[in-house]
Design a protein around this ligand. Structure first.
Ligand code: ZN
Length: 594
């Protein structure tokens, strides 16, 4: 009896290895000696062997030639599976039975490992991967974690490892990886969004931004546990929404058979495994600052030029005023305002007349108000209650509170559609010392105020927008008097455009006093409008324009948050970014841009 040995020793081989089957212990030439039998003639023919090789199902190539006639067969195991050899030998027998007789020998099974999985894994030193809430699969943040992150090497945050596993384990087997820029699933996931084809219009990649990325080949070598890590990490691009899928196989030939279509559709061919989709997200840091509390510049001082008139029937009086600055000089500018008259008292104003003979009407006036000619007065903007401890009683407008941290609470859900996550507020950079200004009267003043307390620098590796709580904007749009809302609309916030280099948007101002005035002090309505405005203004820092928020042909009913066409609430119907805005955010290098 003989056996078939396998060389090299061991019953697991890597694809491409030579595997040798050797017959041991069987005579292959004639001649027999018997102890107890009759003499048998020496056979005239040589002994013959027939080797049969068993290959795994779907082995891709024709049966290789069987070599080693008589004793040895070599095969190259190309694909995973079970390999074995059978030998049928015509033999002389020593046991006196007739010849020729046949004996069959089966080799042990040689196993070429299966590639059982391939996955993305956090690269050593980098922040962890997490689940992608938009696309499924996983996501990576390639940006700096903090303003002082400064990773080494510089692209550390962009790196991700690829890990494949083969079973049974066989150290030294090579695994071949390829990474594809696969189809952007945004259009399939948001098929009813108007103009979604601007973002993607088909089911095929490569389509990453700024330029589609070609397939990236990598290799790795399995360790004793069967784990093969690509020897170079994969480096993702920086634009949010860019996405990848990787595949692995145990030969270059096999991985080369994969088509872009298969990678897009997540349908790997036999012997190839795919990863989940990996999607790039960006972190957006919001630097928040605030204007300080309203101060004396929110008032005008003067001397009453002639005797007030007193109406005893309704307790009201009309107070003549000295000349007023233009932004104080509007009909009913001081409706629901306040005037302090030296030695007489503080009064709520309910009406104003304009120059050339400006007056205010007050309520609850004392009879001696008629003697107030020549007294000093201090007239407040209609924001009387805005300076503690004065809180107006009997009116529907409690004071706006400054300083105040801008409310960024709406940003996460709106920016999520652009694959942008809002980082937790870094209160270490919060400054409540932006000098009070009752109106940012034009673009240049808005730029100055918007940049006043900026301390973080935005860059391609670290995205920052800057938001400052402020008081009022353009005089004609600050809601004083209330008729301005119908005439020119209200300005809830502004993101100024500087006309110097570097020509980038300023930080944004959110006008809390105008919001308070518009919402008549309703705290919940004020909070909704503030959050909406913060998000809208942050959008301007991404180069988004009002026209980007329009949604023709749906008309205003289809407008998005970047629109300046609002309904009675002061907001657009769709509190989200439309396709044009999402595309711009996904393509920008970093905010702010002009
Ligand atoms: Zn705007």
């Amino acid at each position: 009896m003989g056996t078939i040995d396998v060389q090299p020793a061991g019953l697991v081989a890597c694809p491409g290895d030579n595997v040798t089957f050797t017959l041991i212990g069987v005579e292959d030439t004639g001649g027999m000696k018997r102890a107890n039998c009759q003499t048998v003639p020496i056979p005239p023919e040589p002994v013959s062997f027939v080797w049969t090789l068993t290959l795994p199902p779907n082995y891709p190539d024709p049966l290789p030639p069987l070599t080693g006639q008589g004793s040895v067969v070599r095969v190259i195991a190309k694909v995973p599976g079970a390999y074995s050899c059978t030998l049928t030998a015509n033999l002389h027998r020593e046991d006196c039975r007739p010849w020729p007789s046949q004996e069959t020998y089966n080799s042990p099974i040689v196993r070429v490992p299966d590639l059982v999985s391939v996955e993305w894994r956090t690269h050593t030193g980098n922040a962890g991967l997490s689940g992608c809430p938009n696309n499924g699969g996983q996501r990576i943040f390639p940006d700096w974690i903090s303003p002082t992150d400064n990773p080494n090497p510089a692209d550390l945050r962009r790196k991700v490892d690829l890990v494949a596993r083969i079973s049974p384990a066989k150290a030294g087997c090579t695994v071949y990886f390829t990474v594809w820029d696969v189809d952007d699933p945004f259009d399939q996931n948001n098929s009813t969004m108007p103009n979604v084809s601007l973002i993607d219009s088909n089911t095929s990649g490569p389509d990453n931004r700024p330029t589609p990325e070609p397939p990236a080949p990598l290799t790795g070598t399995a360790d004793a546990f069967g784990e093969a890590i690509a020897s170079s990490p994969f480096v993702v691009s920086m634009q949010p929404g860019n996405n990848y899928r990787a595949g692995a196989a145990e030969s270059q030939t096999l991985i080369n058979t994969v088509t872009q279509t298969q990678a897009d559709a997540n349908t790997p061919p036999q012997y190839v495994k795919f990863t989940d989709m990996l999607t790039v997200w960006r972190k957006l840091h919001v630097e928040v600052d605030s204007m300080s509390a309203p101060d004396f510049t929110n008032t005008q001082v003067g001397i009453i030029p002639s005797a007030p008139t007193y109406n005893a029937a309704n307790g009201r009086a009309t107070i003549p005023l000295a000349a007023l600055e233009p932004d104080f000089n509007e009909t009913d500018q001081h409706k629901v305002g306040r005037i302090d008259i030296l030695t007489i008292g503080s009064f709520v104003t309910v009406a104003t007349t304009k120059a050339p003979s400006p007056t205010v009407e007050i309520i609850n006036a004392p009879a001696n108000i008629a003697m107030a000619n020549g007294l000093w007065y201090n007239l407040w903007d209609d924001d009387a209650g805005s300076v503690p401890p004065f809180v107006m009683v009997g009116f529907d407008a409690p004071p706006v509170t400054l300083p105040k941290v801008p409310d960024t609470g709406l940003m996460p859900q709106v920016f999520k559609d652009a694959y942008v996550e809002i980082a937790p507020l870094d209160m270490a950079s919060y400054q409540a010392t932006t000098v009070f200004q009752r109106n940012a009267r034009n673009n240049d003043e808005a730029v100055t105020k918007g940049n006043e307390n900026r301390s973080l620098t935005s860059a391609s590796d670290f995205w920052v927008v800057h938001i400052t709580s402020a008081f009022q904007g353009y005089v004609a749009k600050d809601g004083d008097p209330d008729t301005e809302q119908a005439a020119a609309g209200l300005q809830y916030g502004i993101t100024g455009v500087p006309f110097w280099t570097p020509w980038r948007r300023a930080g944004s101002l959110v006008f809390l006093e105008t919001i308070r005035d518009d919402k008549r002090g309703n705290a919940s309505a004020m909070a909704v409008m503030e959050r909406y405005t913060v998000t809208h203004e942050a959008g301007h820092q991404f180069k988004l324009e009002h026209s980007d928020g329009y949604a023709p042909p749906d008309g205003p009913a289809g407008d998005y948050i970047m629109s300046d066409i609002t309904d009675q609430t002061g907001m657009a119907p769709n509190v989200s970014f439309g396709a044009i805005c999402l595309k711009k955010i996904r393509e920008i290098e970093y905010p702010p841009q002009p």
